[in-house]
Design a protein around this ligand. Structure first.
Ligand code: NAD
Length: 374
C-alpha cells in the first residue's frame, strides 16, 4: 500500500507527515510518497524525506499513485478528481464546509476528518483538535506577552514594585487550559470562565481562579463540548465577565460550540471599559470570534485595546505542530493498516465517528442532520 503526502496550500506552513514518521509506516509495510517541497516550511526538506525512505514526486504523481492521502486542509476539486486512490485523511472541518461535503461524497472516496473523532479516552492519541489547540493556547499567551507594554510577573525592585499582569481566559478547553498554564508560568494572575462547571478543578489545579456563574445548561451529554446557553444565563455571565474584563490586562478567548458561530462574550461596552494597552487574543476568530470587533487573521485596535484574531497559531510553530499532527495520523492509521493492507472496519467507533463520506454518500450523522452550521 502507498501512503501519499501533499504540499498544503500556500497559507499553511505545516505538513501532514514529517520524515521522522516514515519509518513507522515502513514497518507497517507501506511505501511513502511525498510531494516535492511538501515539508519545506516545517523545516523538513526533500533530502530529509528521501533519507527517511520516502520517494519525492510531483503533485500529479502523488495523486495518481497514493492509495491513502494524508492532508491537513481539504484538497481542491481539481486535485480530488485527479486522486486515483481510495482514502483521504485530514482535518477537513466539514461542519464549517457544508457546501463542500456533497462534492466530497460525489468524488466517491472514503474521507476521514479527524476533527470529527469522538472525544473519548481511546481517541486521545489521534485527537488533532487537542494537539493543535494546545499549541494555540501556548502561543496565544506568548504572543500577548510579546505585545504587552508591561511585565507579566510581579517584581519588587529598588526602583519600585511592578504588579503581576492580570490574565483572563474565557473557555477552559484544551487551548484555554494550556493558556492558563503558560500565563501562570510567566507569573500572571489568572481568572477563568467556562460554561462547564466540570472544568473548575482542572483550572484550580493549574493555579487559575475559576469564576462560577449559576445555572449553566447541562453539557454532560455533549461529549465534553459546550452547549448553547439560555438568555438568562448569558445575561448573568455577561455581567460577571464585564467585571473581570475591565480589570484584565490580557484576555485569551477560546469559547466555541462545534458547528456553530462562536458566542460573543465581549461586546462594545466591555471593550470600551478595558484599559489602554490591554491585549485580547481571540482563538475563536475562525468561527466569528468571541468579541464584537474580532477580525479573522487580522489585528484590530479599538480605543487602545489590541484584538488579535489569529486563527493560524499552530502554523506559527510548524515543526512541533507537524510532529504532533503526524503522530495523530499514525495513531489513526494504525486502526486500519495491517501488514501493508487496508482493512477499514466501520464498526470501530473511531473509524465510523470520523468518516465523512463513503460509497458516494455523506455518512456522518452530524452532517446528515445538521441544518444550522455556519
Ligand atoms: P472547544 O474548543 O470546543 O471550546 C473551548 C471551551 O470553551 C470549552 O471548554 C467550552 O466549554 C468553552 N465555552 C463554550 N462556550 C462558552 C461560553 N459561552 N462561555 C465560556 N466558555 C465557553 O473545546 P475543546 O478544547 O475542543 O474541548 C472540548 C471538550 O473535549 C473538553 O471537555 C475536553 O476536556 C474534551 N476533550 C476530550 C478529549 C478526549 O477524550 N479525546 C480530547 C480533547 C478534549
Amino acid at each position: 500500500m502507498t501512503v501519499g503526502v501533499l504540499r498544503e496550500p500556500s497559507f499553511e506552513t505545516r505538513v501532514a507527515l514529517l520524515p521522522e514518521h516514515i519509518t513507522i509506516l515502513q514497518k507497517w509495510k507501506c511505501d511513502v510518497i511525498v510531494e516535492y517541497d511538501c515539508g519545506v516550511q516545517a523545516f523538513a526538506n526533500n533530502e530529509a524525506y528521501t533519507k527517511s525512505g520516502a520517494l519525492v514526486l510531483s503533485r500529479v504523481e502523488v495523486l495518481q499513485k497514493a492509495d491513502v492521502l494524508l492532508c491537513i486542509h481539504p484538497i481542491t476539486h481539481q486535485d480530488l478528481s485527479g486522486f486515483a486512490g481510495k482514502v483521504l485523511i485530514g482535518q477537513f472541518q466539514p461542519l464549517y464546509h457544508k457546501d463542500l461535503v456533497q462534492h466530497w461524497a460525489d468524488a466517491n472516496k472514503i474521507m476521514f476528518s479527524l476533527d470529527m473523532l469522538p472525544r473519548t479516552t481511546r481517541a486521545q492519541s489521534m485527537d488533532v483538535l487537542s494537539s493543535q489547540a494546545n499549541i494555540a493556547g501556548y502561543k496565544a499567551v506568548i504572543l500577548a506577552a510579546g505585545k504587552f507594554p508591561r511585565y507579566f510577573p510581579m517584581f519588587m525592585t529598588a526602583a519600585g514594585t511592578i504588579p503581576p499582569a492580570k490574565v483572563l481566559i474565557l473557555g477552559a478547553g484544551v487551548a484555554g487550559l494550556q493558556a492558563i498554564a503558560t500565563a501562570r508560568r510567566l507569573g500572571a494572575v489568572v481568572e477563568v470562565f467556562d460554561t462547564r462547571p466540570a472544568v473548575k478543578e482542572e483550572v484550580m489545579s493549574l493555579g487559575g481562579k475559576f469564576i462560577e456563574v449559576e445555572g449553566a445548561a447541562d453539557a454532560s451529554k455533549a461529549g465534553g463540548y459546550a452547549v448553547e446557553q439560555s438568555p438568562e444565563f448569558i445575561k448573568r455571565q455577561k455581567e460577571k465577565i464585564a467585571e473581570s474584563v475591565a480589570k484584565a490586562d490580557i484576555v485569551i478567548t477560546t469559547a466555541q460550540i462545534p458547528g456553530k458561530k462562536a458566542p460573543i462574550l465581549i461586546d462594545d461596552a466591555m471593550l470600551g471599559a478595558m484599559k489602554a494597552g490591554s491585549i485580547i487574543v481571540d482563538l475563536a476568530a475562525a468561527t466569528g470570534g468571541n468579541t464584537t470587533c474580532t477580525k479573522n487573521n487580522e489585528t484590530a485596535h479599538i480605543n487602545g485595546v489590541c484584538i488579535i484574531g489569529n486563527s493560524m497559531l499552530p502554523s506559527t510553530m510548524p515543526f512541533d505542530a507537524s510532529k504532533l499532527y503526524g503522530k495523530n495520523l499514525l495513531n489513526f492509521l494504525q486502526l486500519f493498516i495491517k501488514d501493508g493492507i487496508l482493512n477499514i472496519d466501520m464498526n470501530d467507533d473511531l473509524v465510523k465517528g470520523s468518516c465523512i463520506t463513503e460509497n458516494g454518500c455523506v455518512v456522518h450523522p452530524a452532517l446528515i442532520k445538521k441544518s444550522e452550521a455556519i
